[in-house]
Design a protein around this ligand. Structure first.
Ligand SMILES: *Cc1c(COP(=O)(O)O)cnc(C)c1O
Length: 459
């Protein structure tokens, strides 16, 4: 399989390039040149596979130049052996909807599912190619923890994680800062997530810096994360749907990575009707889907911090697709975004987006009410991100069977869950000692040079 950049469809890249670079050299995002697809019969053959078998089959399609099938199988098996669910994820009924629990990994958020695999892919690729890298990543809370858990103690790599100081929950922070490993560095910045993300982009763009440290990224723009997230759409589909039945997926969305994986699953032939982009009051995607104007506003701090994002990086991949893979068009739109602070989609492009997507947003007040009501009526505790998706689904006139992605464990946001449901969500037994561990992180000012110096001194 060959890959291209959304900003230059002429030059092709290998999976290894895509994996190690994260972002394309021209600033665009990598996408496959063609997406493999299953017909109805092909899908039925996948129906009875276990999660790990399904993951091995599908992931292999995207990286067979780099790994053989045995290697992928091995990576998958080791990645998920410590998950608290036998089949990686769990599906629960919630009224007449389905809740797809993706939070049974080591850091209690869906990001573990991709990150555990990526950590092991890195180790294999680095060893094969005799390389050393430094991962630099920004986090709105959960990415950093998942990445640290996947990369700690691995050979030939160090990880530097930037988080916005005081804008993530205490437990989110502890999952990152209590990891005692010589290759892990946490940095707290006096800024918000979008700014942290901007620093990562600037560091990548600074060729001298990124070359010197052999910089790599695992943000949700990394294509391999998308591929690995496709699996739970397939797996849950087979668990709840009959042959050819069309169903909806509702996804709590920030960077547009998770819901974009659903879009790829649909392109691969999975009978998905609507993909529902559920956002908090940082509703850039809802505004874009409704009006065609993509315009980042100021980031608002909400009760679902992992979605406090106004620049939904992966959205560029969708735009590229609906613009018929015209990279010149993407360059123009990104230029508009830089110069005017917004870009406008054409009618035809917007029509294509509306065919596959709905989008709605939920306020903090509505989100809190959902947490309270779901516990009162169903005795299920949900975290605020999952609550956003549930609340959005309640607002929409959906006829088909619907799966709601539950992206974080309620115990990762204990204060708000306790406040609304009146009971304290318990951490899984194996994680309870996190409160007794010592935290270690460095506070740095909002200054690119200072951040770069800190990293250079430690690589
Ligand atoms: C990261 C995250 C999201 C948003 O996922 P994207 O892929 O960025 O859209 C939603 N919920 C939780 C709990 C997360 O950690």
């Amino acid at each position: 399989m060959e890959y291209i950049s959304t900003r230059n469809s002429q030059k092709t890249f290998s999976f290894k390039d895509v994996f190690l670079k994260g972002l394309a050299p021209d600033g665009g995002l990598f996408v496959p040149n063609t997406i493999p697809a299953y017909d109805s019969q092909g899908l039925e053959k996948l129906r009875s596979l276990s999660y790990e078998e399904l993951a091995t089959k599908i992931i292999f399609k995207f990286c067979s130049e780099e790994f053989n099938q045995e290697e992928i199988k091995d990576i998958i098996k080791n990645s998920y052996k410590n998950f608290r669910a036998d089949e990686v994820v769990k599906i629960k009924k919630i009224g007449n909807k389905n809740l797809l629990e993706l939070f049974h990994g080591p850091t209690l958020a869906f990001k573990d599912i991709a990150m555990q695999v990526i950590g092991r892919m890195y180790e294999k690729i680095l060893k094969k190619n005799n390389l050393k890298i430094n991962i630099v990543v920004a986090t709105s809370g959960d990415t950093g923890a998942a990445a640290i858990s996947a990369i700690k103690d691995r050979k030939n790599m160090k990880i530097f994680v930037l988080h916005p100081d005081n804008k993530i929950s205490g437990i989110q922070r502890k999952f990152m800062t209590t990891v005692d490993s010589s290759n892990v560095f946490n940095i707290a910045l006096e800024s918000n997530f979008d700014e942290c993300q901007k620093y990562i982009k600037s560091m990548f763009a600074d060729k001298e810096f990124s070359g010197t440290i052999n910089m790599s990224g695992v943000n949700s723009i990394n294509w391999s994360r998308i591929v690995i997230q496709i699996i739970y759409y397939f797996f849950s589909y087979f668990k709840i749907s009959k042959k050819d039945e069309k169903i909806n997926y509702a996804v709590p969305t920030g960077n547009f990575g998770d819901v974009y994986a659903g879009y790829i699953a649909k392109k691969m032939g999975l009978p998905i009707d609507k993909l529902i982009i559920a956002t908090n009051s940082n509703d850039i995607l809802k505004r874009t889907v409704n009006t065609g104007v993509y315009k980042p506003l100021k980031v608002e701090h909400t009760v679902s911090p992992s979605m406090d994002i106004q620049v939904a990086s992966n959205f560029e991949r969708l735009i590229f697709d609906v613009c018929s893979c015209n990279s010149d068009k993407i360059l123009k739109l990104m230029d508009d975004l830089n110069k005017k602070g917004e870009f406008l989609l054409e009618k035809e492009e917007l029509k294509k987006i509306k065919k596959d997507f709905y989008s709605e947003s939920l306020s903090d007040e509505e989100t809190k009410l959902i947490i309270k009501k779901i516990y009162k009526n169903k005795k299920i505790l949900v975290d605020p991100h999952t609550a956003v998706a549930i609340g959005v689904v309640n607002k929409l006139p959906l006829e088909k069977n619907t799966v709601i992605l539950a992206t974080a464990h309620p115990a990762k946001f204990p204060d708000i869950v306790m406040q609304q449901a009146g009971i304290k969500p318990e951490l899984p037994e194996s994680l309870k000692d996190i409160f007794n561990k010592k935290e270690k992180y460095k506070k740095l000012p909002n200054d690119l040079k200072k951040i770069q110096e800190y990293i250079l001194e430690r690589v």
